[in-house]
Write a protein that binds this ligand. Structure first.
Ligand code: C2E
Ligand code: MG
Ligand code: MG
Length: 499
């Protein structure tokens, strides 16, 4: 019997059990190590000793064997279906190659090999544009061709999958970083018609979670090496991203709590004593500190939160103007900075106008500063915005004049009331060539009927030179730094009594 069991053969064995003679029938199911065991006492068997009983008994045994075979057939069929389902689950419809699910469920097995691996995310740039121009069918074929090209570069145990529209993942084996870099660069040159960006995560086998690995390749993709189409994941980059996410979350909280307030930097007339205006500069009252705009404006411009920030600043400016009027002070026009990101968004500009109207602030108390870089790319919309604001009686200042690339073109195309000469020009005072440029700029502005504000004036020499050139208004640390509302309101004069 032992031999039969080993060989998977069915049979029958008689032995003594509990003092009785019994027969044990064993039938192999041909599935895993499963058997059907039937124990029959000899006594019972003798009752079936008549020919009829023997027949009944034999039929029962035969039925048992048939049902076992039936089980086996069902098992084999389900095995085949499972294989088909698995193949479908692992196949990408577009490229007909492997998909992300394959990599997800096989990566740990591959990484068991004693070798270094890197996960690369390769993304086709401007896929939407390609689809618009070439059509879905052509682009799908291009993606299929690319899959095959990528596959042809693979070594044993390496994998390529098409994970989603235009994004491929490659699991590459490598020995040294330079060797890996060489392979990445070779991938870049694989298809002349397509451009990619790639994020590389050299896998640290101690933390293997596929989702995390993919996130790391995305971090790398967002931080390409200078003049390269690829980036490498590092812990520092990751920390930077985490910090950015946390900062964004705190900014959102800060917006909800109205922690962003306007500070005011006074603008002075030629006499250097009379305050004739102010620029509103945002400050974030974050817990116990007051944070300057460089910490959060670039991020807010990138994620769109700048709209909320600028709305809060404008609201605060309007609130303060109202307060000063109520206190019997003589307010001066306050210029607020408009971010280039929404200048072509007419509904947002209307929203800003509504804030001013809601606070019942006369138009001449609010001016708008627009930077030169805003002019690049959306001249038409910008022109409309400026004309619309002008039409409503607001003054528009061209901020940071001279820093952009097309300063002269900008002032000739668009109607600004004032130009603000950038601090980098003012810093050049003392150098002949710079002084000539400043003289020329102020002269040109006058001829074009624009006022001139000099920004970032820090010294008496700068002030005197600018005054000599005909500059009207001065802003800078020499006269006054940005200050909170309390300090600024102390610079305002009371309204003169007419009696
Ligand atoms: P900006 O509009 O050109 O503002 C002038 C910046 O120069 C201010 O820096 C101001 O504090 C600084 N400044 C003024 N005089 C001097 C000086 O004599 N020396 C030096 N070293 N700096 C001087 P701040 O407040 O840090 O603002 C920086 C930039 O952030 C602003 O440049 C503006 O582009 C942006 N910004 C500030 N507030 C807002 C805002 O409410 N909305 C938007 N969209 N942008 C803002
Ligand atoms: Mg400004
Ligand atoms: Mg400026």
């Amino acid at each position: 019997m032992e031999q039969n069991l080993k060989n998977g053969e069915s049979g029958c064995q008689k032995f003594k059990y509990d003092g009785q003679e019994v027969y044990l029938y064993y039938t192999y199911l041909e599935y895993k190590d499963w058997w059907i065991l039937t124990k029959i006492e000899e006594q019972t068997l003798q009752q079936f000793s008549s020919p009829l009983s023997t027949m009944v008994f034999r039929v029962s045994i035969a039925l048992m064997i048939f049902s076992s075979i039936d089980c086996l057939v069902v098992y084999l069929k389900s095995k085949k279906i499972n294989a088909k389902i698995r193949q479908k689950t692992y196949t990408d419809d577009i490229t007909e190659g492997k998909n992300d699910v394959y990599l997800k469920y096989n990566i740990n097995r591959i990484l068991e090999k004693d070798a270094r691996f890197a996960l690369v995310s390769l993304e086709i740039i401007n896929l939407k544009g390609l689809i618009t121009v070439l059509g879905v069918k052509t682009v799908n074929q291009m993606m299929k061709d690319l899959y095959q090209k990528l596959e042809s570069t693979l070594r044993k145990d390496e994998v390529v999958v098409h994970s989603y529209l235009g994004e491929y993942k490659l699991l590459l084996e490598y020995n040294t970083q330079p060797e890996l870099m060489q392979r990445i660069e070779a991938l870049d040159a694989l298809d002349a018609k397509l451009k990619f960006i790639m994020g590389v995560y050299p896998i640290d086998k101690s933390d293997i979670n596929y989702e995390d690995m993919c996130a790391y390749t995305n971090v790398a993709k967002g931080n390409l090496l200078p003049e390269c189409s690829y980036g490498f994941y590092t812990k520092e980059l990751h920390q930077k991203e985490v910090d950015q996410v946390q900062l964004e979350e705190s900014i959102r909280q800060g917006i909800a709590n109205k922690e962003f307030k306007a500070w005011f930097q006074p603008k002075y007339a030629s006499d250097g004593k009379t305050v004739v205006g102010a620029e509103a500069l945002v400050r974030w009252y974050r817990e116990d500190s007051i944070v300057g705009p460089y910490v959060f404006i670039p991020l807010c411009e990138a994620n769109g939160l700048i709209k909320e920030i600028d709305s809060l600043v404008l609201e605060d400016v309007c609130f303060n103007l109202n307060q000063w009027i109520k206190e019997g002070k003589n307010p001066v026009p306050v210029s607020v900075n408009l971010s280039r990101n929404y200048l072509d968004d007419s509904s947002f500009i209307r929203h800003l106008k509504q804030i001013i109207a809601l606070h019942q602030i006369p138009q001449h108390f609010i001016e708008f500063e627009v930077t030169e870089s805003a002019m690049v790319g959306n001249e038409k919309e910008l022109k409309e915005t400026i004309e619309m604001l002008h039409g409503k009686g607001f003054k528009i200042l061209l901020d940071d004049f001279g820093v952009g690339y097309s300063s002269i073109k900008t002032v000739s195309d668009l109607h600004f009331d004032t130009i603000k000469i950038d601090k980098s020009f003012v810093d050049g005072i003392g150098k002949k060539r710079w002084e000539k440029i400043i003289e020329y700029t102020i002269d040109l502005s006058k001829q074009l009927d624009m006022d001139v504000v000099a920004e970032g004036v820090e010294t008496k020499e700068q002030y005197e030179f600018l005054l000599k050139c005909g500059c009207n208004v001065f802003q800078g640390y020499y006269f006054g730094k940005p200050m909170d509302t309390e300090h600024f309101s102390s610079l305002l004069y009371p309204v003169k009594s007419t009696t």
